[in-house]
Ligand binder design. Structure first.
Ligand code: NAG
Length: 413
């Protein structure tokens, strides 16, 4: 009885009511655009917010296409590939791409170096994140050297012309991605590229974070509820008194936990109250501003945490999504005049990623008695469909977003 009361009090304490999430009424606000500049003040954080917002939109598109599947994205690698592509466009083509990439409000004359620096900082080895983006070009296009040079100058990676040999090109692309991701993203392309593919921006990413606090119990097979079918069995990482930041969002009908990882990265887990594939409420709320507000409203607690130890890969061609996001007209006439004077279509926008969640971490949980946490008896059991974000804290960059519905149906690494 007493426990329930305590939980209810805590529920009130942790609940992220929309009132709390509204901006400070004393702060000067002049419309929505102004709000954004209050939260994100430096060119880097503004750009990180833009790429995150692009990522949330892309994610929603992918989820809508395939509502019954687990979906993952690493938006930054896709943003980087499309930004490299934008260097080859006419002013109008660049404008259209920038709009989809959410760059149009940035007014950053140094956009490319801001992005290059952001990529360099989020891929520093301590964060466990790697990302590779490149533009490949069909053999028969007559390329303009200045385009190749300018992308190389801005991003340190030179767009590459394919040779037209199906096996050779497959190997070239796969070897390059593998090498750029430290051997972690393999078989980027699973079949040879068809001829006449035109321009091929691609993005790959891999993440294996290290928790700040390691999990004491690991790899016990446990049940994971799946909507509409028998529970899956997954290896579960567990710890009784794990430090997290927690919130309860009654509007979104979910609990939210932020688990700290090394290198100033964190994983934000949205766990719906019910066993459901339908996370529309959460998905529709996602924006850089919402996530920033949510994170700052979470409260530190210790709780019993269980998380599935997952290793998976995911790949998709994002071209149809981009078409639905406002690039349909542009894709029909790409105006990539700085790449070639010939008409050049975009053949696909391939994306592949890999993620590993393992129990390892820096320190074990403190064993000293901590009456509060225990008395509250809080628990966060990720044993049903959930949505997660991996965020770089200093910049706010969204490294990964994913929705896990059935862990047994994920792609193998
Ligand atoms: C998913 O949930 C939303 C919001 O609760 C609802 O409007 C929508 O109809 C649901 N979709 C499906 C396919 O059940």
């Amino acid at each position: 009885m007493q426990k329930i009361t305590l939980l209810m009090c805590l529920g009130a304490l942790l609940s992220l009511s929309s009132a709390q999430l509204e901006p400070d009424p004393n702060a000067e606000t002049e419309g929505a655009a102004e709000e954004e500049t209050e939260l994100f003040t430096t060119p880097t954080t503004k750009l990180a917010a833009a790429t995150a917002n692009f990522g949330y939109s892309l994610f929603r598109e992918q989820v809508n296409r395939d509502p019954q599947a687990s979906v993952f994205l690493s938006p930054l690698s896709v943003s980087a590939a499309l930004t490299q592509l934008s260097l080859g466009g006419s002013a109008e083509a660049e404008r259209k791409l920038y709009r989809v990439l959410q760059y149009h409000h940035l007014q950053d004359s140094q956009l490319h170096s801001t992005l290059k620096n952001l990529l360099a900082s989020v891929t520093s080895p301590s964060k466990g994140f790697s990302s590779a983006s490149r533009v490949y070009l069909e053999r028969k296009l007559r390329l303009k050297l200045e385009y190749l040079n300018s992308v190389e100058r801005e991003y340190g990676v030179r767009p590459k012309a394919l040779t037209g040999s199906p096996r050779g090109d497959l190997k070239e692309v796969n070897d390059w991605v593998k090498q750029q991701t430290g051997g972690k993203v393999n078989s980027f392309l699973t079949s040879s590229l068809p001829r006449n593919m035109g321009v091929l921006p691609l993005g790959a990413a891999y993440f294996k974070g290290q928790w700040v606090t390691r999990f004491g119990q690991s790899n016990q097979m446990e049940s994971f509820q799946v909507e509409g079918s028998a529970p899956a069995r997954v290896p579960m990482m567990k710890e009784d008194r794990y430090p997290v930041k927690l919130g309860i969002d009654s509007d979104l009908r979910c609990k939210i936990a932020q688990v700290q990882m090394q290198g100033d990265v964190s994983m934000l887990i949205f766990l719906p109250d019910d066993v459901t594939q339908n996370m529309t409420l959460i998905e529709e709320s996602l924006s850089a501003e919402f996530v920033q507000d949510t994170v700052s409203a979470l409260q530190p607690v210790e709780l019993s945490l269980a998380l599935p130890a997952l290793r998976f890969s995911y790949s998709a061609d994002l071209l149809p999504l981009l078409s639905d996001m406002g690039l349909k007209e542009w894709l029909a006439k790409t105006d990539l005049v700085k790449i070639t004077s010939q008409p050049a279509k975009v053949g696909s926008v391939r994306h592949k990623l890999g993620v590993e969640m393992t129990p390892e971490g820096g320190q074990s949980v403190a064993r000293a008695p901590h009456p509060e946490g225990q008395a509250l008896g809080l628990s966060f059991q990720v044993n049903r469909p959930f949505l997660f974000l991996v965020r770089d804290e200093p910049s706010g960059a969204l490294l990964f977003i994913g929705k896990v519905l059935d862990p047994q149906k994920l792609g193998r690494i």
